[in-house]
Write a protein that binds this ligand. Structure first.
Ligand code: SF4
Length: 248
């Protein structure tokens, strides 16, 4: 990506593994507060109007440290307004969200010459999703949104973070789901323990049996663990004929 646009500071989806909470840490604030607030960048439209006139053409990610389609977007439509500004210059856009609210903006997406839309699927289990992504739309709602979007646009499924023990048994099912949804590619990411997410992950793990939690930590710190996950994903990529890009 050349640029990223984050219409909000904070994210209502409150994912326990989210490391965007480093934004609080660098301000000397408690990173466990992430997910309990959201600030609207009320001058976002005027700032973007000015900046995009001077900017060299490049690919823009919506968004890198917030979800552009979190619930508050349905009221303020800030992501939509910013997309309308980007559209005037036809910068290529990549969307990443966990919300089916993204379907609202299909009319704008249709006007872009170059747009790719991705939804994150960390797990297919409603229970695991509720523990790790408590306020995000259900995995099924995201998958349905992805299927609809794939009929018209280039789409991708963001498979991540892949969590040892917790979600690893679902990898094959998620890749198959991506294939059935018609996405062009998958982007896979490992669990990154950073930004102050250790405490919230540890809290979430209290919902799992002790032996699973022990295996989780053991695998996470085992350097060979994610190498094996990569091999598995390479094999699935070949089997389903769907490209997979890795973030690690
Ligand atoms: S949706 Fe993305 S930005 Fe929002 S809390 Fe979850 S991981 Fe963080």
């Amino acid at each position: 990506m050349d640029y990223s646009i984050n219409p909000y500071f904070g994210c209502e989806h409150a994912c326990t593994y989210c490391y965007a909470r480093f934004l609080l840490k660098v301000r000397g604030e408690d990173p466990t507060r992430w997910g309990s607030f959201v600030h609207i960048k009320i001058n976002g439209v005027s700032v973007l109007k000015k900046e995009i006139c001077k900017a060299k053409r490049g690919k823009i990610l919506f968004s890198s440290v917030t979800d552009p389609y979190q619930p508050i977007e349905s009221k303020y439509k800030l992501t939509r307004k910013l997309l309308e500004i980007v559209l005037r210059r036809q910068f290529p856009v990549v969307i990443l969200t966990k919300s089916n609210l993204v379907l609202r903006d299909i009319d704008i997406f249709r006007k872009f010459n170059d747009i790719e839309i991705g939804l994150t699927v960390t797990t297919i289990s409603e229970r695991i999703s509720k523990i790790f992504e408590p306020h995000a739309p259900s995995p099924m709602m995201r998958i349905n949104a992805l299927s609809k979007l794939s009929k018209e646009f280039d789409t991708y499924l963001f498979l991540g973070p892949i969590m040892p023990v917790i979600s690893e048994s679902e990898i094959e099912e998620i890749v198959e789901t991506a294939y059935n949804s018609g996405v062009k590619r998958i982007i896979a990411d490992r669990l990154n323990m950073k930004g102050g997410n250790y405490l919230t992950i540890r809290e979430a793990l209290k919902n799992f049996p002790l032996d699973e939690v022990k295996n989780f930590w053991y695998s996470l710190w085992d350097p060979s663990y994610y190498r094996k996950v990569r091999v598995l994903l390479h094999n699935l990529s070949n089997r389903f004929g769907i490209p997979i890009d890795f973030c690690w």
